[in-house]
Ligand binder design. Structure first.
Ligand SMILES: [Zn+2]
Ligand SMILES: [Zn+2]
Length: 387
């Protein structure tokens, strides 16, 4: 396992060359606020890099986990990993996007390891340093506050800024001229994670039973995708009635309020023999235990939520002997350049109405967006950053 421990500390001095001025939300201390600062972003592009003028960026729970240092991205840093924008410049070796193209930014991968070469970039051997390392893989950074180096390249983008530096590997060109770009950033992480777990990983069969534990962005994307797949029953579990109501509108056939009802008993009652698929998104150990217990023979439980490092969950060993499977899923097993256009097609067909999850905020209201997502007042905040 490669960790970010070897990431360099911010350095000072040295001429970084030509740069563009950016306004970025900087996190300087653990749990501290996102503070808008004027920085510079080097425009000396590596051959594979793509400079993007950011239009909007989703805010994901992972940004908050990193701000709070549950994951060891070095600070000060610019986070943000659901960016959407317009290509401004490209490196010499980039051939799939050009200046003026509309793009969604997704997660980063190395492109050279065995998972990448076998079409599984979400499981890249360098996934942690490439997404959370706070620098390019070679340890350099393009962002500066005066002479001070600021950690960037978060998920190959750091999209909480008026410009982001991505690479050809993690930009997805959007050829559709009609769809508003400001809606699309969350496709690059939260939405592809939930929908991909259903459509790519589990390949949910028509008529089957699907349980979704946790109905935030990822869970509601999974609910919509389960309906697309033709699942017979889609059981949404949460503790917030408004979210369960929305889950029902988006395709859930049953809802369970885990605070008021015995979740395991209700799933057993609805499914009879247990669920064919359970998606566990809350990252709470007791819910993974429950997910396995809720499975029908030959059923699969997927763990999608990210728990704090070192978290363990007890699993009923004998349940696994009934042909049951537990597996973790990252980024919905998505190859973003293939899957995001498919999700946009489903959106346009009215079958993946993810715009219903989104609440827009001005960039200067980023801390309010964090509070509102924490309290559950909004599901998916999207920051309007540029024109
Ligand atoms: Zn790789
Ligand atoms: Zn995310």
């Amino acid at each position: 396992m490669v960790t970010a421990q070897g990431s360099p500390s911010p350095r000072t001095g040295g001429d970084p060359g030509p740069a563009v001025s950016v306004t970025a939300a900087v996190v300087r201390e653990k749990g501290g606020p996102f503070a808008l600062e004027d920085l510079t972003l080097s425009t000396v592009l590596r051959p594979d890099e793509v400079l993007v003028k950011v239009v909007a960026s989703g805010l994901c729970q992972t940004d908050i986990h990193v701000r709070d240092q549950h994951l060891p991205t070095p600070l000060p840093a610019v986070l943000g990993h659901e960016g959407a924008g317009i290509v401004e410049r490209v490196g010499d070796a980039v051939s799939t996007v050009s200046p003026g193209d509309r793009v969604v930014l997704s997660y980063q991968a190395c492109g050279h390891c065995t998972p990448c070469l076998t079409g599984n970039p979400a499981y890249c051997a360098l996934s942690f340093p490439a997404n959370f390392g706070g620098s390019r893989l070679d340890g350099t950074n393009a962002l500066r506050a005066g002479d001070e180096e600021i950690h960037g390249h978060f998920f190959g983008q750091s999209s909480f800024a008026t410009h982001a530096l991505a690479t050809e590997r993690n930009v997805v060109r959007i050829d559709d001229e009609d769809i508003p770009l400001e809606l699309l950033g969350p496709l690059g992480c939260g939405l592809q994670t939930g929908a991909g777990a259903v459509l790519n990983t589990l390949k949910v069969a028509a008529g089957s039973s699907v349980v979704v534990i946790g109905t935030g962005t990822v869970g509601l994307a999974a609910v919509m995708a389960a309906k697309v797949a033709g699942a017979g029953s889609v059981i949404a579990v949460d503790i917030v009635d408004e979210r369960l109501e929305l889950a029902r509108e988006l395709g859930a056939t049953h809802t369970v309020n885990g605070k008021e009802e015995d979740t395991g008993a209700r799933i057993a009652e609805i499914t009879g023999t247990g669920a064919d698929y359970v998606l566990e998104i809350t990252a709470r150990p007791e819910m993974l235990t429950l997910a396995v217990d809720a499975l029908a023979p030959l059923g699969t439980a997927t763990l999608i939520g990210g728990a704090p490092a070192g978290t363990h969950a007890p699993v009923n060993m004998n349940a696994l002997l009934g042909g049951r499977t537990v597996r973790g899923v990252a980024q919905g097993d998505s190859v973003p350049q293939l899957f995001i256009p498919q999700l946009i097609d489903l959106y346009k067909a009215g079958r993946f109405p993810f715009d219903r999850l989104i609440t827009f905020y001005g960039f200067d209201r980023i801390n309010e967006a964090v509070t509102d997502t924490r309290t559950g007042a909004v599901i998916k905040p999207v920051l309007r950053i540029g024109e």
